[in-house]
Ligand binder design. Structure first.
Ligand SMILES: [Zn+2]
Ligand SMILES: [Zn+2]
Length: 478
């Protein structure tokens, strides 16, 4: 009780310190609490659907249904992507966006159990917590809408249902379609192992499937008549691996061979390698990508094969906004973290026996960390959004402290009450943040001024996905 009183007092003090009073927001928090069970059911449905990028038909429809029932106008299938949507409520200024993701990852199927136990062997799973991401964002959007309606506030609230974050660059196509053009600020979050607003950047990332085509022949009786597509892949990889010595040491290049032929006695006429390249500055990465492209062409020339480079994804490094981070942090502090029940604590302790390295304390779910700067090692298409619109994001402790993203341990905790509790922390913090932005035009002005300064006056957004159709089949291997 003392904690709740303290949190409420802090909230009033902080909202007063940061701008105009937003009125009594207790009803907003209460409305999210009242629906917490319903939102948990929705998140767990999406967790069990575990639909991968651009195939999130049921997940997308379920979230659309919640928003439509709450009175939002839903445009589905936007930006030539069947599972992308925008749900709008209200009119006029300001226009605040909330982003929700919902795609799963291949190969991470896992029960909500503290030991490794796939539900479907090699099936997909929510290793990045996007089932919680989409649901908490929906909960926040509906709570803000209810508050706007009750307080007769003007302004436009837009929920962006963004598919295929994991390597599909869904948001990039939504930006290209102009869907973010009139938005003043974007609020988002991500599943994580701690409660913290993010003031950090990420790595820009370009991904491509490089396909070589040669001529098949009997590998023993007529090898001279064949031209091996796999040779093309191997020659390219050899050149890229030599290149590693002569690139910035903080760049990352990784690949998997998704098709290397079918049988050793047939010279493969088709082979494919799937590349990711990353750096913390897209402008550096773009030059690096040019060299990787040259290696592909060089490999084709040297092996007498043909090459096609299909760029399936390209995302910018995130441009942080410190002003918005401060605003969101004040609300995260007001909302606070959560305690484990004895059963959740037991689950967390079991999970932690499977994690390597030095782990943060088990009860950090109850703490709010200070926003941290620097550059994380992941990549996200939120990066492109952040160069288009001032953007703020946070993480909530939906995973047991010490859990890395894209792990079975993340799927496990995200599929039970620990994930659900973290999701509610995120929903409440996002709702309060959006209400603050709706109520205080100075926040938008200050965020915009910082954004203009960070981007620089000569900044021009560009993407290597400029003229391709969304890679709706990027999850299918040949
Ligand atoms: Zn991820
Ligand atoms: Zn993610």
């Amino acid at each position: 009780m003392m904690r709740i009183l303290f949190a409420l007092t802090l909230m009033v003090v902080l909202s007063g310190a940061l701008g105009a009073q937003v009125g009594d927001t207790r009803s907003v928090l209460a409305s999210i609490d009242a629906r917490a069970e319903a939102y948990t059911d929705i998140a767990m449905k999406i967790w069990s659907f575990a639909e991968v990028g651009y195939q999130e038909t049921r997940s997308s429809a379920l979230l659309q249904e919640q928003l439509a029932d709450a009175g939002f106008t839903v445009s589905a299938g936007v930006a030539e992507i069947p599972t992308a949507f925008v749900a709008t409520w209200g009119s006029g200024q300001p226009v605040i966006g909330i982003v929700g993701e919902f795609d799963a990852l291949p190969g991470l199927s896992q029960a909500a159990s503290p030991e490794r136990k796939p539900i479907v062997e090699n099936g997909p799973g929510h290793g990045c917590g996007h089932h919680l991401f989409g649901t908490a964002s929906t909960a926040a959007a509906i709570a803000v809408k209810d508050w706007m309606a009750a307080n007769k506030r003007g302004g436009t609230l837009k929920f962006f249902g963004t598919p295929a974050e994991e390597g599909g660059s869904g948001k990039v196509y939504m930006i290209r379609a102009g869907l973010f053009d009139d938005v003043d600020a974007v609020v988002a979050w991500h599943a994580g192992d701690r409660n913290a607003v993010s003031a950090s950047s990420t790595l820009a990332n370009i991904t491509a499937k490089v396909r070589f085509r040669g001529v098949s022949a009997h590998a023993s009786s007529a090898p001279h008549r064949g031209r091996s597509a796999l040779d093309g892949v191997e020659a390219m990889n050899a050149m890229v691996n030599l290149m590693r010595e002569h690139i910035p040491s903080d760049a990352r290049i990784h690949y998997v061979i998704t098709n290397g032929g079918q049988a050793p006695n047939v010279v493969p006429d088709f082979a494919e390698v799937y590349y990711y390249a990353r750096h913390h500055d897209m402008r550096v990465l773009d030059g690096l990508w040019e060299r990787i492209t040259n290696a592909a062409h060089g490999a084709a020339l040297g092996t007498d094969t043909k090459v096609e480079i299909d760029i399936t994804g390209s995302v910018w490094n995130v441009l942080p906004n410190e002003h918005l981070a401060r605003v969101m942090h004040s609300h995260l502090e007001a909302v606070g973290g959560f305690e484990y029940t004895p059963a959740e604590r037991g689950f967390a302790e079991s999970i932690r026996t499977t994690l390597d390295g030095t782990l943060p304390a088990i009860d950090t779910t109850n703490q709010i960390m200070a926003p941290q700067g620097g550059v994380g090692s992941a990549s996200t298409d939120m990066g492109d959004v952040s160069w288009r619109v001032p953007t703020v994001q946070m993480t909530a402790a939906t995973w047991v402290p010490g859990t890395p993203a894209h792990s079975w341990q993340a799927v496990a905790a995200g599929g039970m009450s620990i994930g659900a509790k973290g999701m509610i922390v995120a929903a409440k913090t996002m709702a309060l943040t959006v209400i603050d932005l709706m109520s205080n035009p100075t926040h938008i002005q200050r965020a915009r001024a910082e954004f203009d300064k960070s981007r620089g006056s000569d900044f021009k957004y560009s993407t290597r996905l400029a003229d391709r159709k969304p890679a709706l089949d990027y999850r299918k291997n040949p």
